[in-house]
Design a protein around this ligand. Structure first.
Ligand code: NDP
Length: 433
């Protein structure tokens, strides 16, 4: 704590992982002897930089850029960029730390990193977004590369932003290096199913948890918070698997549609017109919009938080359980507070922590890197099939590891231990570096 003052989200993420690892250190004393824990909590490198740009009024603006290159034991640093006004070092470090274990769980050769800026994309023109992205990349380019560090999107960074950043990287380096960024457009090196991957993957994971309990999505009432990339494709896959999503949200409020959320409408509003979720009720008369409402008050059987960190607190968790929720799958990173997590675990509902449930996004980014490396592109079905298999494997590994360590059904313990052991062994093999 004293070493990283004020980085509350980072402390929360580290504490949650370390709470699971006691028995692993007892079984493997060499991990403690070689200070694997101390090393894993210290980023290999963190970069903080100025991002100056000029807005449409000709006024100079200054933001702060970050890239935390946390751990490269398993492969090049890999993790998204977040553009949101709440971004500071503690957020990027929590996300980077989580990413190490998540990437390990995918079984693919990727290390952990994360980056972003306190830039607020909301209400900015395309020109402003482009100038910001170009300025951001003008510093970031010297730190990344297909064998070094491969950023992708996260909150506030989608296909448009990746395009502007790729363009600037290409211009500065004079290299058409597809593998430097993932989440690219489909006609210039992107992978089919990447856009869908995090949400689809999260729904696949919950499907596996339900199957392990001899249950399924069929006929279940579901809530998916957010209305961004992860939320939209979580809703799509839930619907394909037979569930009914009745509510989604943004940071201003939620919409409730008892007939089931009309996904085409959400996509039109959010992906094409870049509008707010409240506009949904202009087109669906039976739906209601609750400004500043708490989406977790709506009774559901499956809850999939897909907006941001700490969006479910202890009270929300208790209410979800009381209202009959039997499964929670985290599309977002660390969306449940520690108090909330304990409530889910004590209630013995099926609870999937983000580092396992949302790993499908980065896994498909790694598949995009594979396609780039071989200058190939796979069709949608092939990529989705691979994603599905990866999510099944992650579920199996977490499930089995939890049993092995005496915590059956506890996917938090399972994910933390399964992710950690792979990295710890690689770090041991590579000596004190
Ligand atoms: P988007 O920017 O596409 O969407 C974010 C959504 O969450 C928006 O609806 C946004 O509403 C809402 N939101 C963001 N911040 C807040 C907040 N402080 N309070 C309430 N609502 C908020 O991001 P993504 O869908 O990509 O990311 C969502 C989550 O999933 C994040 O936790 C991210 O780290 C995680 N994730 C994303 C992956 C990916 O592939 N994109 C991979 C793995 C995890 P508003 O428009 O009002 O801000």
């Amino acid at each position: 704590l004293a070493r990283n003052p004020g980085e509350v989200e980072f402390h929360q993420a580290v504490r949650e992982v370390l709470e699971s690892l006691g028995p692993v250190l007892v079984k493997n004393p060499e991990f403690a002897e070689h200070k694997i824990i101390e090393r894993i909590c210290e980023p290999e490198r963190q970069i903080i930089f100025r991002v100056p740009w000029v807005d449409t009024h000709g006024t100079t603006q200054i933001n702060r850029g970050f890239r935390v290159e946390f751990n490269s034991a398993l492969g090049p640093y890999k993790g998204g960029l977040r553009f949101h006004p709440s971004v500071y070092l503690g957020i990027i470090k929590f996300l980077g730390f989580e990413q190490i274990f998540k990437n390990s769980l995918t079984g693919l050769p990727i290390g952990g990193g994360k980056g972003g800026s306190d830039f607020d994309p909301k209400g900015k023109t395309d020109g402003e977004i482009m100038r910001f992205c170009q300025s951001f990349m003008t510093e970031l380019y010297r730190h990344i590369g297909e064998h070094t560090d491969v950023p992708a999107g996260d909150i506030g960074v989608g296909g448009r932003e990746i395009g502007f950043m790729f363009g600037q990287y290409k211009r500065i380096t004079n290299r058409w290096e597809a593998g430097v960024l993932t989440g690219k457009g489909l006609n210039w090196g992107g992978s089919l199913a990447r856009k869908e991957a995090t949400g689809y993957g999260a729904a696949f994971f919950v499907d596996e948890m339900l199957k392990a309990r001899k249950d399924s999505f069929e006929g279940k009432t579901c809530i998916v918070s957010g209305s961004g990339n992860v939320s939209i494709y979580t809703m799509e896959k839930i619907q394909q698997l037979g569930g009914k999503v009745v509510a989604c949200s943004d940071s201003n409020g939620y919409v409730y549609d008892e007939k089931g959320i009309n996904l085409e409408l959400v996509q039109q509003l959010k992906e094409i017109e870049r509008r707010r979720i409240k506009d949904y009720i202009n087109y669906r008369k039976q739906a209601k919009y609750v400004p500043k409402g708490n989406i977790w008050e709506i009774p559901c059987q499956v809850a999939m938080p897909s907006a941001t960190q700490n969006e479910i607190n202890g009270k929300d968790a208790a209410l979800l359980v009381k209202n009959g929720c039997i499964a929670v799958g985290e599309g977002a990173n660390m969306p449940t507070t520690p108090e909330g997590v304990h409530i889910f675990l004590d209630a013995a509902i099926a609870y999937a922590p983000g580092k396992a449930a949302n790993a499908g996004g980065v896994a498909t980014s790694a598949l995009e890197m594979q396609q780039n490396a071989t200058r190939d592109s796979w069709d949608f079905d092939e990529t989705e099939k691979r994603l599905h298999k990866i999510m099944k494997n992650i579920h199996r590994d977490c499930f089995e590891m939890a049993e092995k360590y005496g915590a059956p059904g506890n996917y938090v313990v399972g994910a933390n231990i399964a992710g950690f052991i792979k990295i710890a062994r690689a770090m041991l093999a590579m000596g004190v570096v």
